[in-house]
Design a protein around this ligand. Structure first.
Ligand code: IVH
Length: 670
């Protein structure tokens, strides 16, 4: 008994401490702990909760690590429609909006008109419901009336409070908070670096939208997303102005944006817009405009809304950043998968805070679509502030010596005749095995930071190794001799030894990393992680059929096909043998405790309360035994474990004829 009391105290303290550090890091951007020390605190909490599962509560920060697999997100009805805003690119329209609101206020005898100017966050709008201060539901906007219930994914976002601070005041209340989920620039960059080139996100907004749809909430947790709150509903007192509501939200523990401002006059609003048009490039996240809201909430209802947007607010959007320049040349790059990518060489110009001299043209369809010719005057644009793109040519300024851009007939690296498969927009070099550019690309990918992390292996060195025929695939790296390395240009025996040491160290890198390092088309870090859990050895993985692969969370038919194709290549058996004899990790390390795998392939759903386990522990036990845990019932659900007071999911399971077991039966199966 005393044990559990001590544990409860320690758990309460750890939770408070962890949420405080979460808040410092994600809301105040002022961390006190290193990531390592933070992880240690979380580990302590997880260990205690494992030991005392009855002490786990839904607002514990342990619930943020994710692990639930959601096959289909149920649709939910919004309490009130989730409107968007009317957008404008013109400050004149902002002025018209301001005057419209002023007229209405004047009719009501109000002469002061305060507006709150906020940054417009470029992310995905969501709604959060809190009951008695506890987060009970999180949903996407959907069509405005109905959205998807993505609570499991939203729980993993550290700046979304699982419990509102100052709880006592909210007893019995239902509070709705709306805001935007977004990804900071550096987290976006890190995420994209972990993805295969062919699947990178174009901007943080797309990355956020893609992440919120993931079935595996543990992967959502790893992507470090953020939330900004900008709307609060459920506080009955209408007199609480919007500005004050933002302060309340902040008191609840939300991030509300650091830069909103109360403006009394139109010039103040214009100043705000002008100031952030430049300063926004220095922010750690992206903003594509400014939102103006009438501060006095009492008039919101009077002003009303159109079908799409309220009349008490407007969004001013910054025009995309554009510049004029000249297209000097088009280079053709050969990727590690043989794809030929045209790259524009441009007269350097300053655009959105940096100098641009290159931009990708993606493929030949894009060149044709733009009607682009060499030496054309072009407009380039940075939208979403990531990679600049050529937006259009200026045909009236086309010089007399402009020349057509022709697709290359042969690979610029190996001279092989290029092919363009049906239904593909790109040309490919089919010389997969021997094209130096492809080999080099594969080796550099293999050695990259997120893969085998062999930092001493730079571009110039790999180029020489391939050109001299010393390596034909990444596995050959492990058979290089010190003398061979030392004889290369700008190398000596010291650097050769360093490289061999780095290679030696990389042999210990996990099976999961190795799967990513192989460079299978569409297999990024996250997919490699899922695969390594579903098939814990390379031998098991290559036996998998397309259907089995496609049943792994977040792996669709395209990825499944690509994996099958990879293992069917003629060069694969030879590569595998070399990887094996190099002593690389071709299987996941043994689980600490040997458990039987009698849940292999079984999808399990829990409904109702369990007596002996908390949900998380029960889910872990299923996962360890090869099963999967899902949160919605379908015909494909293998088994439903019904605890006490099961919900509507039990009825649905019975209707669909899904097998239902009690907690005792579940325990017996374990
Ligand atoms: S207020 C009913 N405030 O931009 C009012 N929206 O283009 C709801 N957005 O639909 C929206 N930052 O998804 C509001 N500070 C902010 C915002 C913001 C970004 C998004 C939101 C909105 C869209 C309009």
């Amino acid at each position: 008994m005393t044990d559990i009391i001590c544990a409860a105290e320690a758990i309460a303290q750890l939770r408070q401490e962890i949420e405080r550090h979460n808040h410092l890091y994600y809301v105040e951007a002022n961390p006190e702990l290193s990531d390592y020390d933070f992880d240690k605190l979380l580990e302590q909490l997880l260990a205690l909760e494992r030991q005392f599962p009855e002490l786990v509560t839904p607002d514990s920060p342990s619930q943020r690590v994710g692990g639930t697999i959601t096959r289909e997100f149920p649709s939910v009805q919004h309490r009130e429609p989730m409107l968007s805003l009317s957008n404008t690119y013109s400050t004149r329209e902002v002025e018209e909006f301001y005057n419209r609101v002023r007229k209405l206020l004047a009719l009501e005898g109000v002469m002061e008109q305060e507006m709150v100017a906020e940054l417009k966050f470029d992310g995905v709008a969501i709604s959060l419901l809190y009951r008695d201060g506890l987060l009970v539901r999180g949903a996407t906007r959907g069509d405005g009336r109905q959205g998807d219930d993505i609570t499991a994914n939203l729980r993993t976002i550290p700046s979304i409070p699982l419990r509102l601070n100052a709880l006592a005041e909210h007893d019995g209340r239902e509070v709705e908070v709306r805001g935007e989920v977004f990804m900071r620039k550096e987290d976006f960059k890190r995420l994209n670096e972990s993805r295969p080139e062919e699947d990178r996100f174009a901007n943080p907004r797309n990355a956020t939208a893609g992440t919120l749809k993931l079935q595996d909430s543990a992967e959502v947790a790893r992507r470090s997303m953020c939330f900004v709150a900008y709307y609060l509903k459920g506080i009955e007192d209408e007199s609480i102005a919007h500005h004050h509501r933002l302060e309340l939200l902040s008191g609840f523990g939300f991030f509300t944006g650091d830069h909103y401002r109360l403006c009394d006059t139109l010039p103040e609003i214009n100043d705000y817009i002008a100031r952030w048009s430049e300063e926004r490039w220095q922010l750690p996240y992206e903003t594509d405009g400014v939102v103006l809201k009438l501060n006095d909430v009492r008039f919101w209802e009077k002003l009303g809304a159109t079908a799409k947007s309220p009349r008490w607010a407007i969004a001013y959007k910054y025009p995309a950043q554009q510049a004029r320049t000249v297209l000097h040349n088009v280079l053709f790059q050969v990727g590690r998968l043989g794809t030929i990518t045209p790259v524009a060489e441009l007269e350097p110009v300053l655009l959105a805070g940096s100098t641009v001299s290159r931009s990708t043209l993606h493929n030949f369809d894009e060149i044709n679509r733009l009607g682009l010719m060499l030496r054309d005057r072009v407009i380039i644009e940075k939208s979403g502030e990531v990679i600049p793109k050529v937006l259009r040519t200026i045909p009236e300024e086309r010089p007399a010596d402009a020349e057509p851009i022709l697709p290359p007939a042969h690979c610029p690296s190996c001279g092989t005749l290029l092919v363009r498969p049906d239904n593909e927009v790109s040309y490919f070099c089919p010389n997969e095995e021997a094209c130096p550019a492809q080999i080099k690309g594969r080796v550099l990918h293999f050695a990259s930071r997120n893969a085998m992390d062999i930092q001493t292996l730079g571009d110039a060195l790999v180029e020489q190794l391939v050109a001299k025929g010393l390596i034909k695939d990444p596995a050959d790296l492990y058979f290089l001799q010190e003398k061979e390395l030392a004889n290369l240009e700008r190398m000596g025996s010291r650097s050769a030894q360093n490289i061999l040491r780095a290679l030696e160290k990389s042999r210990e890198k996990s099976y999961e990393r190795l799967l990513y390092a192989l460079g299978i088309r569409h297999v990024g870090r996250a997919t490699a992680r899922e695969l390594s859990q579903a098939s814990p050895s390379i031998d098991a993985l290559r036996q998998e059929g397309e259907e089995q692969l496609a049943s792994v969370p977040d792996i669709g038919p395209v990825v499944a096909r690509s994996i099958i194709n990879y293992f069917a290549k003629p060069s694969w058996p030879d590569l595998l043998e070399k990887l094996r004899s190099a002593g690389l990790q071709l299987s996941a390390s043994e689980p600490k405790e040997q458990v039987n795998r009698n849940f292999e392939g079984l999808t399990v759903l829990f409904t109702g309360g369990l007596d002996c386990y908390d949900r998380q522990k029960a889910a872990e036990l299923v996962l360890e035994r090869g099963g999967r845990v899902v949160s919605s019932v379908s015909k494909k659900t293998g088994m439903v474990v019904a605890g006490h007071e099961p919900g509507s999911k039990l009825d649905k399971a019975l209707k669909l004829g899904v097998r239902v077991v009690s907690e005792d039966e579940f325990e017996a199966m374990l």
